[in-house]
Write a protein that binds this ligand. Structure first.
Ligand code: FAD
Length: 317
């Protein structure tokens, strides 16, 4: 079923979460066992991130360095199939512009349709870590709005080269990303929102936000999105801080601010365990206020570690 249908049919805020594929060489069993407790809160859908290639350098005996492209977390499509099979939830793969030609995107969409995926989160992706700037593949998409157009085209039976005569078409529900604190490359929030509107006009049916720690930023963002005439569901993304290193890593990686009141508490912490308690308390308070505000879904970034999200959901759902 489509995420938009779950939202239409719900009488209260729904629970969902995001996981990462395990690092190459690790099994799926541990991940599935780890997230099993979260099924108590009946998530209609679980997102599975996509990780594009990274470049590593291998040193040869003669001293020369070889640049190698490798994917450290492959398996998004396979995990989606496994989740749907094991937990009877909708699995939502993240699909990127980066690293894909349009032909590869088309083939990925065919695979996803054949395994029964009905929802996709369409994203541009970032530049590989060693590259400074996002560069699309030759014949790939530079912006998510064009990926959304391709998915919507396939929903209308439009393929790149073939004329389909069977009348068969996909029926994906497409979500896109929104940034309450603006995307890091956007000159300002207004231009970022203009491009968000282009994604919606291209056919996106719901928005999932980047994590934020100050609900007021989400409320302001939602108001501005509505003022643009965008009326699709906006799903807030919540991340409990669980380690000391995340206090600097999250702002640096995701271009967001931690509010003063949260920092006052975090600065008193000496251990990861203390940080985790503060992070969980903060996320519970954030979640409860968002539920009161009537958000359709609370979407948790678990980073594949379910225990903090479990404790939050136990208090909120
Ligand atoms: P876009 O909407 O294409 O926007 C990218 C930038 O270009 C923005 O600054 C925008 O303002 C600007 N822009 C858009 N259109 C135009 C235009 N026509 N002209 C000029 N500028 C324009 N990354 C992964 O690699 N894997 C994941 O699984 C993943 N999951 C994510 C899940 C969520 C909920 C979020 C919020 C992000 C996720 N990301 C993931 C990160 C995401 O790929 C990056 O933030 C990426 O840099 C932007 O993706 P986007 O889809 O928002 O891009």
């Amino acid at each position: 079923m489509k995420i938009t249908e779950y939202i239409q049919q719900a009488s209260k805020t729904l629970f969902s979460f995001e996981i990462l594929p395990p690092l190459k060489g690790q099994s799926l069993k541990e991940l599935c066992e780890g997230i099993e407790p979260l099924m108590e809160f009946k998530p209609p859908f679980v997102d599975v991130t996509y990780h594009r290639e990274e470049f590593i350098y291998k040193k040869h005996p003669n001293g020369l360095l070889e640049k190698i492209s490798t994917k450290k977390r492959p398996g998004t499509v396979g995990i989606c199939a496994a989740l749907m099979n094991r937990f009877k939830v909708e699995a939502v793969p993240h699909l990127l512009c980066g690293g894909f030609t349009r032909e590869e995107t088309e083939n990925a969409l065919i695979d996803l349709n054949f395994i029964g995926v009905q929802n996709i989160l369409a994203l541009r992706g970032d530049a590989p870590k060693s590259e400074g700037k996002f560069i699309p593949e030759p014949d790939g998409h530079a912006y998510t709005k064009d990926l959304v157009k391709q998915i919507v085209g396939m929903n209308q039976g439009k393929y790149l080269h073939e004329e389909t005569e069977t009348g068969f078409h996909t029926d994906f529900c497409v979500g896109v990303a929104g940034y309450p604190e603006k995307h890091f490359e956007a000159p300002n929030l207004k231009s970022d929102l203009r491009y968000l509107k282009e994604k919606v006009d291209a056919g996106a049916e719901y928005i999932v936000t980047q994590m934020f720690f100050d609900n007021q930023k989400f409320f302001d963002f939602t108001r501005k999105v509505r003022e643009m005439g965008i009326d699709i569901p906006i799903i807030p993304g919540i991340k409990p801080i669980t380690t000391l290193s995340q206090i600097n890593m999250l702002p640096r990686t995701f271009f967001l601010d931690l509010p003063d009141a949260l920092m006052d508490e975090l600065e008193k912490c000496k251990t990861n365990a203390e940080v985790k308690e503060v992070g969980i308390r903060w996320a519970i308070q954030q979640s409860k206020e968002l539920v009161k505000h009537g958000v359709p879904v609370l979407h948790y970034y678990t980073m594949s570690k379910a225990d903090a999200t479990y404790r939050i959901a136990k208090e909120v759902f």
